[in-house]
Design a protein around this ligand. Structure first.
Ligand code: 5GP
Ligand code: MN
Length: 340
């Protein structure tokens, strides 16, 4: 993949001129948020930068296997330290997010900082105004793949070492559902081919990300599918709504709910799947589509959310019960006129 040479040169200069770099990704970080940010962190560290990876909220424990994961600053836990580090930064890299507000309570410090900002992302409609350089491609598998190509073009593919490749590969395999969607381009396999040559442990990475559940988490999945799953075959939609009480009963941890939404789409006739999750910080929603229905537009229109055409999320403006009612009501309204 060849990226715009002028942008690469601008970024090269910004990196050369910088000393203290912050790499930040989005709230409720997933594998791509961590993979892109930590891969870029490793690359900048190899260029002898004083680099800090930062996240607005905690990441699932099982990503602790990523190289240097213990060095990540989490705003939710250490807000003052994050603010100080941003204030000292002379370069800020934003990965896997299209809007600064996706950094949650870090957004204000980032906006106030005079440091040049670089965006590396794959969501639609990136915020360009405060950015010195924007790398944005909605066709690419993941922000991690894009970050990989940026680093490759800056410093050559030999510069990519096993630590960087482990991070980038983890992001790619989570954002493509282990290479089952958003991976219809040669570039992603080329990138992964190069990464394999650094000696990454593909089998181990998949085990670390996908085979990490407790017994209780597996039984919780059974409960979701047996008791909580609701199917509206007439509009080809299915959803699962999980209350805080349910989560307490099964002793769930951060990240334990990732991937549950995908079971809704595993039914042949279902085209739209939703997970509603009650949390102490509000009601989170995950939208997935395997048809033409654009869940990014739907999430933005009704729930103040966003994301991609086929995978979006939102923090609902309503309480748990109202969210469920509104979801069903709005989907019926949208779909009764539009045959999918
Ligand atoms: P997930 O359902 O896995 O939390 O999120 C799916 C996709 O939607 C991810 O690419 C994520 O970045 C995006 N997303 C999740 N929540 C939000 C949100 O509240 N606002 C916006 N704009 N995007 C979101
Ligand atoms: Mn992503």
């Amino acid at each position: 993949m060849l990226l715009d040479e002028t942008k690469i040169e601008t970024l090269r200069r910004l990196i050369e001129q910088s000393e203290n770099v912050v790499v930040v990704s989005h709230v409720n970080p997933d594998g791509d948020a961590l993979g892109s940010a930590m891969g870029l962190r490793a690359a900048l560290a190899r260029r002898d930068k004083n680099v800090t990876a930062m996240l607005p909220s905690v990441y699932p424990d099982y990503f602790g296997f990523l190289p240097a994961a213990e060095s990540i600053l989490v705003d939710e836990k250490e807000h003052d330290r994050c603010v100080e580090t941003i204030a000292k930064a002379d370069l800020i890299v934003l990965a896997d997010l299209n809007q600064i507000k996706r950094t949650d309570k870090l957004a204000e410090s980032i906006r106030q900082s005079a440091a040049p900002k670089v965006l590396i992302d794959h969501h639609p409609n990136p915020e360009t105004e405060p950015m010195a350089v924007v790398f944005s491609d909605t066709d690419i598998s993941s922000a991690s793949e894009l970050a990989y190509w940026v680093v490759c073009q800056l410093y050559g593919s030999d510069f990519i070492n096993k630590s960087m490749a482990t991070c980038f590969y983890s992001g790619i395999c989570t954002d493509t559902g282990s290479f089952s969607f958003s991976c219809n381009h040669r570039s992603v396999y080329e990138a992964v081919g190069n990464m394999v040559e650094t000696g990454i442990d593909i089998n181990g990475i998949h085990d670390s990300i996908f085979n990490v559940f407790s017994e209780s988490r597996v039984r919780f999945l059974g409960y979701c599918l047996t008791d909580l799953l609701k199917v509206h075959s007439d509009i080809r939609m299915a959803y699962i709504a999980v209350s805080l009480d349910d989560q307490k009963r099964f002793n769930l941890e951060e990240g334990d709910m990732e991937s549950i939404v995908n079971y809704t789409l595993s039914m042949r006739h279902i085209r739209i799947g939703v997970l509603i999750k009650e949390t102490p910080r509000g009601v989170r929603m995950s939208f997935r589509s395997k048809g033409e229905f654009d869940v990014n537009v739907f999430a933005a229109k009704y729930f103040n959310g966003g994301g991609h055409r086929r995978a979006s999320g939102a923090t609902s403006p309503y309480d748990f019960a109202t969210t469920e009612a509104k979801l069903v009501e709005h989907l019926y309204n949208e779909l009764k006129t539009n045959a999918q």
